[in-house]
Ligand binder design. Structure first.
Ligand SMILES: [Zn+2]
Ligand SMILES: [Zn+2]
Length: 419
């Protein structure tokens, strides 16, 4: 057995997986994130602080404390003020589109040759920020109620349990994720099922996953709202176009344009950071609340094992899909993913759990750290679960869109290979 180069204790290793040290965590995190900035330390502090508030609210009777902790809304006056401030910032963001439009009009009416450049940029930005309804999940294949009666029966059952409105459509996609959202002008409700994640879950864990996502529709998460959600989306678009993207050989005029955009992007980044800080409390509370509703619907055991699966199964699925092997494999993608995840030795799962714990606790992640979510569920009274995973034909109903998703993933991987 090899010894740890850092503390001399024996390493854990199961070839072909690289060894790691259970005593000092040497080689546990394989792709270390950038060193801790002051902002990251502040975030760690905030995330831990909120967890402590939720598990041990100060100066409240145990029952009232539990009630307050699970109310799902931003706790207390400070939380309420932060939500209002976040809302105000969101409204200001929505004013950017007409503001850029007016700036464009101003420059155009100067009627000089030079004024057309800034006018063009201003109109471009106004167009990018135009209000628009959320699109159908990218790369998702629609599955209707008629085509999948058993799946929709389960969605209705879970929705009724967590207080979610009726689902109009399912989108089967290649994401390692799931979500419940509205799209389009008529704000139709769609459940997105990322098949690579769905595939590696047990039937009862799938119930927990659906319950968690559907619980978000009514639990006061500021980030999912119409005003704030679309403002964050607009700012994200602006951040992407103002990202400094210049390489040697791109030329001087390109450098000037990129530098100009990057400077313009600074207030955008600041605004995003401010909104994340204002909203993180209500957003993370909403996550804890959604977990609790998921446990009530699917049972504590299945919900905790779903969360464990996000680390020990979803991470390997990401790894498999990113590794570039998809393009060249000729076997069935879903079978290959499933056997890859099943073949992971226990020591590797344990490493993934540790790596997840060592990761920075960031407020701009959409969810609180998984291990905190698990310990919170374990501390709450045990729930048996009210919705049993049905036998039924759900697998058969999902098979046709899943096969097309596999094809799309393979085509994407191949075109990435040849470019
Ligand atoms: Zn060590
Ligand atoms: Zn969530």
């Amino acid at each position: 057995m090899t010894a740890c180069p850092q503390c001399d204790q024996p390493l854990k290793s199961e070839p072909p997986y690289a060894g790691w040290c259970p005593s000092c965590d040497w080689n546990v995190v394989r792709a270390p994130s950038t060193e801790k900035t002051r902002f990251a330390r502040l975030q760690t502090h905030l995330v831990r602080g909120l967890y402590a508030d939720i598990t041990h609210p100060k100066g409240a009777a145990p029952d009232a404390a539990r009630e307050a902790a699970t109310a799902g809304l931003g706790g207390g006056v400070a939380g309420g003020a932060a939500r209002v401030a976040g809302y105000v910032l969101a409204c200001l963001t929505h004013l950017l589109c007409p503001a850029f439009f007016l700036i464009g009009v101003y420059f155009v009416t100067r009627w000089t040759f030079l004024s057309f450049v800034p006018a063009f940029i201003a109109f471009d930005l106004a167009w990018l920020l135009r209000p628009r309804p959320a699109p159908f999940p990218a790369g998702g294949l629609p599955l209707t109620r008629e085509a999948a009666p058993d799946l929709f029966a389960l969605l209705d059952r879970v929705g009724a349990e967590v207080g979610a409105p009726r689902t109009d459509l399912v989108a089967v996609s290649g994401a390692v994720n799931a979500s419940f959202m509205t799209y389009g002008r008529r704000r139709r409700r769609v459940v997105e099922i990322g098949y690579p994640l769905w595939l590696v879950l047990t039937p009862q864990e799938r119930v927990a996953l659906l319950a968690h996502e559907m619980a978000h529709s009514g639990n006061g998460d500021g980030r999912h709202g119409l005003v704030v959600g679309s403002a964050l989306h607009s700012l994200g678009v602006l951040r992407d176009v103002t990202r400094f993207d210049w390489q040697e050989g791109d030329g001087m005029s390109r450098l000037v344009a990129e530098a100009f955009l990057a400077v313009l992007g600074l207030p955008v980044r600041g605004l995003i950071m401010a909104m994340e800080l204002l909203l993180y409390r209500s957003a993370q509370r909403a996550e804890y609340r959604a977990d609790e509703l998921a446990a009530r619907a699917a049972g504590t055991t299945a919900t905790i094992s779903l969360l464990d699966a996000l680390i020990t199964r979803a991470d390997p699925v990401h790894h498999f899909l990113d590794a570039g092997v998809v393009a060249t494999r000729t076997d069935d993608l879903w079978t290959a993913i499933r056997s890859y995840v099943e073949s992971l030795p226990e020591s590797e799962r344990e490493r993934l759990r540790r790596a997840a714990r060592l990761e920075e606790l960031r407020v701009d992640r959409t969810h609180p750290p998984t291990y905190l979510r698990m310990s919170r569920l374990a501390a709450l009274p045990h729930e048996e679960g009210r919705v049993r995973a049905p036998g039924g034909a759900i697998g058969t109903e999902l098979a046709p869109p899943a096969a097309r998703v596999a094809e799309a993933i393979r085509e994407d991987a191949q075109s990435a290979l040849y470019h």
